[in-house]
Design a protein around this ligand. Structure first.
Ligand SMILES: *Cc1c(COP(=O)(O)O)cnc(C)c1O
Length: 366
């Protein structure tokens, strides 16, 4: 059989990405959109996603200067923001040269900005910590830092402000209260400040209209996936942008008690046909916590069973399957949204599964 037939492929649907952006614009009353394309655009391919979305969004958000440099070299012209800013004079110089906007979230970065000689001043997004306790200046120091940045000749004014929610995807009362608390703190800080302000990421976009503040950061929703456990992108009118598929490469009947795999570690629990699908952790396929996972073969959901190997997974095809070697297997996407493929897994598992897809997976844009 032809080798190409077995290759794991991620089909990325341009229309779905554009549709999701439209949906986000409607939801946020045409707020500015920072399209988050870090980590290879959540596995969708940073360069291509940037090209597809360039005319539809206001900014791109990437993790660091290196990612920003990559899309700059690809000729992407939209303003881009490095979400962790820069970490040295050298990186700041590069940021200035490629007109990269930088998040400033710690004192070292402020020091570098004050001391550095750069060709042209840069735009910055001062990050404040409203309760996530991750990056950002604590509120009791924030005003002082804001004033320092305002004095800095290497910065274009006005200064923009950013923060991040810790639990906006969870509707439990205590998390609801905490999100409200963060939002109130943020709003208090931005009063009277001229620059742009952004606190809403995907969950803010969907669940907290009062957090939109005319500038939102769209990550996972843009790829058509729900940030809330127990929901699917389609519940919010989103369309999954990626369909990941592979093929059945082996089928065999097993009896109760037969042992399979390395060190014969996996014991069959009932008489059934087991199929082998050509995808594994070498492609980035995980099921994070070994909870149940599913794939879609010939019109039905089929459970993933046994260990995940580097190049293959096992699926339980049942007692009398009609499947044949070479049949297409949808790992997730069309017919089986990733939220269903990893039913019951934490939302972080979806983020991880997407962003860890390796270069072995061929991306095709349709
Ligand atoms: C990754 C990231 C986002 C996107 O988060 P989603 O939940 O995927 O929308 C937004 N803001 C920052 C600062 C991020 O690092």
């Amino acid at each position: 059989m032809n080798e190409k037939v077995h290759m794991t492929t991620a089909l990325i649907q341009r229309d779905a990405l554009l549709h999701n952006i439209d949906k986000i614009k409607k939801l946020t009353n045409n707020s500015h959109i920072i399209a988050i394309i870090k980590s290879n655009a959540y596995g969708h391919g940073m360069r291509d996603v940037a090209k597809i979305l360039e005319d539809s969004v206001d900014y791109f958000g990437v993790s660091n200067v290196e990612e920003a440099h990559t899309i700059f070299l690809e000729g992407v012209k939209r303003p881009t923001i490095s979400l962790s800013g820069f970490y040295s004079h050298k990186e700041l110089n590069l940021a200035s040269r490629i007109r990269l906007e930088c998040v400033v979230h710690n004192h070292e970065q402020v020091d570098i900005l004050e001391k550095c000689q750069i060709r042209s001043p840069i735009r910055v997004w001062m990050k404040i910590d409203t309760g996530m306790n991750r990056l950002g200046f604590s509120l009791n120091r924030a005003t002082k830092i804001y004033n320092r940045l305002n004095e800095c000749k290497n910065i274009v004014k006005p200064i923009n402000i950013m923060s991040h929610f810790s639990s906006a995807n969870n509707h439990e009362f205590r998390f609801h209260l905490f999100t409200r608390f963060q939002l109130n703190r943020f709003k208090r800080f931005i009063i009277g400040k001229e620059g742009r302000s952004s606190i809403a990421a995907s969950s803010g976009i969907l669940f907290w209209p009062s957090s939109h503040l005319r500038c939102v950061r769209s990550g996972i929703v843009m790829y058509g996936i729900s940030p809330e456990i127990g929901k699917e992108g389609s519940d919010f009118g989103l369309v999954p942008a990626m369909t990941l598929k592979s093929r059945l490469i082996f089928i065999r009947q097993f009896n109760f008690g037969q042992k399979i795999g390395y060190e014969q570690s996996w014991i069959i629990e009932k008489k059934t046909y087991i199929g082998i699908v050509s995808i594994g952790y070498g492609d980035g396929y995980h099921n994070c916590h070994s909870k149940e996972s599913w794939v879609f073969i010939n019109g039905r959901k089929v459970p993933v069973v046994g260990p995940i190997l580097m190049d293959m997974i096992f699926v339980d095809l049942g007692e009398k399957p009609h499947d044949q070697i070479g049949d297409e297997v949808i790992i997730w996407g069309k017919d089986l949204p990733i939220e269903k493929a990893f039913n019951g897994h934490e939302v972080s598992c979806l983020y991880r599964s997407l962003s860890q897809l390796t270069s072995r997976v061929k991306r095709r844009y349709i």
